[in-house]
Design a protein around this ligand. Structure first.
Ligand code: C5P
Length: 312
């Protein structure tokens, strides 16, 4: 598709993510928290198809385990915002008709909306021939949300600042994940607020300045491609506030960990719970055990590539 000078439709794909390590620092003046996180892109994808149009519209459909009923289709949709931002930045005067096929759980803490935005930037740039290239698109991505640059970049990376300042991390091998999906969503700002309130309750007025850093054990585990080592060092500061808001997630973690998972972790701001399996066989067994406990589960592997154009 990229080789066609004036494509009538451009199909792109961007991955969801798991924060295998997420340390949250203090609330900044801009309303965001300083973060140190290790991202891994996983094999649940958002597919975007972009067609020429005079105005901006989006139609959203979902894969088997994904309920898209809560996704807005007005101007607040992150894909529409991405397309409009690219048009404004480049002076493009037309619009776009977007079709999104979602496989990343909605409001699940896996960056589905961010993947939509990243795939849309790439699709519109190719459709409109605006020719920004990856570096400029990455800058626009950061304006749309903290996780959007990583959905664009993919692979394995360390995120600092709001999570949008990326540096690549060395990674080897493939990790096997089993994801327990909830039938409800958790709002990311609400989970951050719960963390702030918890910290305020426990530290009074003299709250220490937190300098979030990614544990070196995580970097070693990713570099070695060693799931046992990663299981020992995975961590998420948003897990306790997510469990406080949704106490039922503790049972989900217990079921996975007593059925062969090396470790379980709330993904991002939740409520998806990501279980790390020792290998493919372990992942298949775990998937069966979690399904038997009437949980909705999907398997994924990581790391995978970032946003790219697909030739149909
Ligand atoms: O970046 P994004 O718009 O996806 O973030 C959603 C919300 O999550 C922000 O409005 C903010 O409340 C919270 N957030 C934060 N600190 C970050 C990232 C997100 O407080 N580093």
């Amino acid at each position: 598709m990229t080789s066609v000078a004036n494509p009538t439709v451009v199909h792109t794909r961007a991955p969801g993510k798991i924060n295998v390590y997420l340390a949250v620092g203090d609330l900044q003046d801009d309303g965001y928290h300083e973060l140190a996180t290790a991202y891994q892109a996983v094999s649940l994808y958002e597919d975007v198809r972009a067609r020429h149009a005079d105005d901006f519209s989006v139609h959203v459909t979902g894969g088997a385990a994904v309920d898209v009923s809560g996704v807005p289709t007005d101007a607040s949709n992150l894909a529409i915002r991405a397309a409009r931002l690219l048009a404004t930045t480049t002076g493009y005067r037309g619009g776009v008709q977007l079709r999104i096929d979602k496989n990343v759980p909605v409001a699940g803490g896996m960056g589905g909306g961010s993947a939509d935005a990243a795939a849309t930037l790439l699709a519109c740039d190719a459709l409109w021939g605006t020719g920004l290239g990856r570096d400029d698109l990455l800058h626009l991505a950061a304006e749309l949300g903290a996780d959007v640059p990583f959905a664009f970049a993919g692979g394995t990376a360390i995120g600092t600042g709001r999570g949008d300042e990326l540096s690549p991390a060395l990674a080897k091998g493939t990790f096997q994940w089993v994801l327990a999906l909830a039938d409800f969503g958790l709002s990311t700002p609400t989970v951050y607020r719960e963390l702030d309130e918890h910290r305020r309750r426990h530290s009074g007025d003299i709250s220490p300045v937190r300098q979030p850093v990614v544990d070196t054990g995580v970097l070693q585990a990713l570099r070695a491609g060693d799931p046992g080592m990663l299981a020992d060092s995975m961590h998420n500061d948003l897990q306790a506030p997510a469990l406080h808001l949704e106490p039922g997630l503790a049972r989900v973690l217990e079921i996975g960990e007593s059925n062969g998972a090396l470790a379980g972790l709330v993904s991002g701001s939740g409520p998806t719970v990501a279980f790390l399996a020792p290998d493919l066989d372990g992942a298949l067994e775990l998937q069966i055990a979690l399904s038997a406990a009437r949980l909705s589960v999907v398997r994924a592997t990581g790391p995978v590539h970032g946003a790219r154009v697909i030739s149909d």
